[in-house]
Design a protein around this ligand. Structure first.
Ligand code: PLP
Length: 448
């Protein structure tokens, strides 16, 4: 049988992958489930570009689903990884670099006093939930429909990301008991949060929310929503878990909290981080005040552990990424987000495609259909139900027209577009050049 590495065409390589990996992928969001066609198998990536197994280059707006803030294979990150690898891949013992990474996070997010390193965002949110239950002695968790917090049993109900893409309400294999401990509310609806606390407040351990949701497409929190969650949870003795796995160190040096909470004077009890904190390697973390974090073992009774937690090679990549992510990087990514989102919007408008630009910091996505608005007056979908009601069928032809023109977008309308510090004028120009044909393809799409 032809192995993937022997296959000369992308089709043959994916056919082989499908025969040995469920769906041909190691994570469902990579499977082109909602756009159709064959995923490109990527052989290498540099800067703003990825290259597939046939040698075809694409401007990349996936950026490894967020981590590649600096662009792919940034020289400082690659050098740090090579140096760390040469010193040994994993020790199973504490290292100075772990504390240096904690220092780097605390310097950027001063609401964090202590950090626990884990390997994936899923582990970070899973541990945050356990910690909240351990601290409060309460069982229930409140989450919002459309917010994705990884594939934690208790957090998969009405999650966005791959579940939105594949139109799955939740996952088989999650027990009724696990699901019953999660209360799912509509996003951006503080009245619903108040009502659930009025009914069950003494049983609620925590509210978990994406700092700015980007897994149902981008839906920014209404002004005052996150602050309102803070006020309600504090008054009710519950914890607030701010999931910054996607936004942390990406939308600003201090994440979404830096754009909102720091300015408004509030902080969550637990932050979760991932993606950029590992610079493309498996690092994630949870952090918060020492009084909460010290409930974790070995100091406290809440158990959490990991053979590869704080892995020295992965931590080196994260540290190098955070150190290189200076003000100029964030300014560049913000500007590139302005240019690309405005160009897409202009192209769609030019082709007569009704849409809204959904934006939160440098993150953006597009919702297809006549703009809706809730009581906030902000145009476009403001919760999961509204997001799902859009003309999502316009996205696959748009996506494929862009791909054919050498631009790799996220393969789902329910995902954010990611720009990097490496998206220079040439890369942005290639995106802009591809837009008119893609917008026409979206315009010509017919409702299934
Ligand atoms: N939380 C958020 C907000 C995410 O976007 C993700 C992943 O996309 C996760 C948690 C889970 O992270 P991981 O895929 O590293 O397990």
């Amino acid at each position: 049988m032809t192995s993937t590495s022997d296959a000369t065409t992308n089709e043959a390589a994916f056919a082989h992958a499908r025969s040995v990996l469920p769906g041909g992928v190691s994570s469902p969001v990579r499977a082109y489930g909602s756009v159709g066609g064959t995923p490109r198998l990527i052989a290498s990536a540099r800067g703003a570009y990825v290259t597939d197994v046939e040698g075809r280059e694409y401007v990349d707006l996936v950026a490894s689903w967020g981590p590649a803030l600096l662009g792919h294979a940034h020289p400082a990150v690659v050098a740090a990884v090579q140096e760390a690898a040469a010193r040994g891949l994993s020790f199973g013992a504490p290292t100075c670099a772990e504390a240096e990474l904690a220092d780097a996070v605390i310097a950027r997010v001063p609401a964090v006093e202590k950090l626990r390193l884990v390997s994936t965002g899923t582990e970070a949110t899973m541990t945050a939930v356990r910690l909240a239950r351990g601290v409060t002695g309460r069982p229930l968790i409140v989450k919002f429909a459309g917010c994705y917090h990884g594939h934690v049993d208790a957090l998969l109900a009405s999650a966005g990301s791959g579940l939105a893409t594949l139109a799955m309400p939740g996952s088989a294999g999650v027990t009724a008991a696990a699901a019953a401990e999660t209360i799912v509310l509509p996003y951006n609806d503080l009245a619903a949060v108040e009502a659930v606390f009025a009914a069950r407040g003494s049983d609620i351990a925590a509210v978990i929310t994406e700092a700015a949701p980007a897994n149902m497409g981008v839906v920014a929190p209404n002004p005052g929503f996150n602050a309102g969650l803070r006020t309600i949870t504090q008054a009710q003795g519950a914890l607030l878990i701010l999931d910054e796995v996607l936004t942390g160190f990406r939308v600003s040096a201090s994440g979404w909290w830096g754009l909102e909470g720091a300015a408004e004077g509030w902080a969550p009890d637990i932050f979760t981080f991932g993606k950029v904190i590992g610079g493309g390697m498996p690092v994630a973390a949870l952090g918060g005040p020492a009084a909460i974090m010290d409930h974790l073992a070995p100091l406290g009774p809440v158990y959490q552990a990991g053979t590869l937690s704080g892995n020295p090679v992965a931590v080196a990549a994260g540290l190098a990424t955070l150190r290189a992510a200076d003000t100029a990087v964030y300014e560049h990514v913000d500007r590139a987000a302005d240019v690309v989102s405005e160009a897409v919007s202009a192209a769609l408008a030019g082709a007569g495609v009704a849409h809204t630009v959904q934006r939160a910091g440098s993150l953006f996505s597009f919702a297809f259909g006549e703009p809706t608005a809730d009581a906030s007056g902000i145009p476009g979908p403001r919760d999961y139900a509204a997001v799902q009601a859009q003309e999502a069928w316009r996205y696959p032809p748009f996506f494929h027209a862009m791909l054919d023109a050498g631009v790799a977008l996220p393969p789902s309308v329910f995902e954010a577009w990611f720009l990097t510090a490496a998206h220079d004028a040439d890369a942005v120009g290639r995106i802009v050049d591809a837009l008119p044909a893609a917008a026409r393809a979206a315009a010509d799409a017919t409702r299934p």
